[in-house]
Design a protein around this ligand. Structure first.
Ligand SMILES: Nc1nc2c(c(=O)[nH]1)N[C@H]1C(S)=C(S)[C@@H](COP(=O)(O)O)O[C@H]1N2
Ligand SMILES: [Mo]
Length: 304
């Protein structure tokens, strides 16, 4: 394998080099949910190639939604530079036998990280493919004993308007809150993210720890989480409070259920040129085989 001085190369080059290396050995990469033949530099507009191509590190880290740091795509990258993520701790509380607080050091010691290459489909109609590092949320949840009456879980981002300029304005109800049903939270695809491209998670992507639920619209994946609560009742997320007719609790990616103001049938792949056609959005963002049974018998137009 070719050796680089680490100062000479971007994480992307290290990453692609490592993946090629792994591929040449004929080993699996741990990216169980995407084809491993699909990265590369092709400019082909073949839809599946576009759908599976890993997004460039630069795009993943400079085109962000993180309203705590501003509403323009370039704002989080610019405004989160000095955000303090150490010390950090996550508290799990609510309908549990005994609440716990874990520091990031505890979390890093307790849970071995793995890589998951997941699609991220934003409700706005764009998508990326991101090589995340982290561990299944269920591993973290197994550290508490939920009470029988617990049915839902909420996730809260840190509230710190001194550091987060966006929280000084009532753009959303702060802190940012999201929620899942317990069975969704316990699903093996539901992931706590602590890194990407094999590096520490950049501040603009939700450092030091964020959620990733790949079959749901991106806004379900709350960033910079400090609190996780077991609940009897369905929590109201910040987006549901902001606009209930546009944003539902489930927010499963669904090409057949349009947003009131635009179609959800197709998506723009970030990093491709403006002339590159949009690709078709897949049911449950392509994860239907794994997750469709969670919603059997449910009217997904009603429970959007
Ligand atoms: N706390 C918080 N989490 C958030 C958001 C936000 O504004 N605040 N934006 C969400 C939206 S709309 C998307 S699409 C994803 C974007 O994640 P990325 O910037 O890592 O691509 O983060 C989600 N998590
Ligand atoms: Mo989004």
């Amino acid at each position: 394998m070719i050796k680089f001085k680490s100062s000479e190369i971007t994480p992307e080059k290290i990453y692609k080099n490592r993946r090629n290396f792994i591929k040449n050995l004929g080993l699996a990469t741990g990216s169980l949910y995407l084809s491993t033949t699909s990265y590369g530099l092709s400019s082909s507009t073949d839809e599946n190639e576009l759908r599976n191509q890993i997004t460039a590190y630069n795009d993943i880290t400079t085109y962000n939604n993180y309203y705590e740091f501003g509403t323009q795509k370039a704002d989080p990258h610019k405004n989160s530079e000095n955000f303090k993520t150490d010390p950090w701790s996550v508290t799990i509380e609510g309908a549990v036998q005994k609440k716990i607080t874990l520091s990031m050091d505890d979390i890093n010691k307790l849970f071995a990280t793995e890589e998951r290459v997941y699609r991220l489909r934003c409700v706005e109609g764009w998508s990326m493919v991101i090589p995340w590092n982290g561990f299944p949320l269920k591993n973290l949840l197994s550290k508490v004993e939920p009470l029988g009456k617990a049915k839902f879980i909420s996730f809260e981002t840190i509230y710190d308007p001194e550091q987060m300029v966006g929280q000084r304005y009532p753009i959303l109800k702060w802190p940012y809150v999201e929620g899942l049903r317990i069975d969704e939270a316990m699903h093996p695809l539901t992931f706590m993210v602590t890194g990407l491209y094999g590096k520490d998670l950049p501040n603009q992507n939700g450092s030091p720890i964020r959620l990733m639920v790949p079959w749901k619209y991106g806004f379900k994946s709350a960033k910079a989480i400090v609190k996780i609560k077991f609940l009897e009742k369905m929590p109201k997320s910040s987006w549901m409070i902001a606009s209930p007719r546009e944003y539902g609790f489930y927010s499963n990616v669904n090409p057949n259920v349009d947003h009131p103001r635009w179609s959800q049938a197709t998506e723009r792949v970030i990093g491709t040129g403006i002339w590159t056609p949009r690709i078709k959005t897949l049911m449950f963002n392509g994860y239907a085989d794994e997750v469709a049974q969670l919603y059997s018998g449910m009217d997904l137009k009603k429970y959007f």
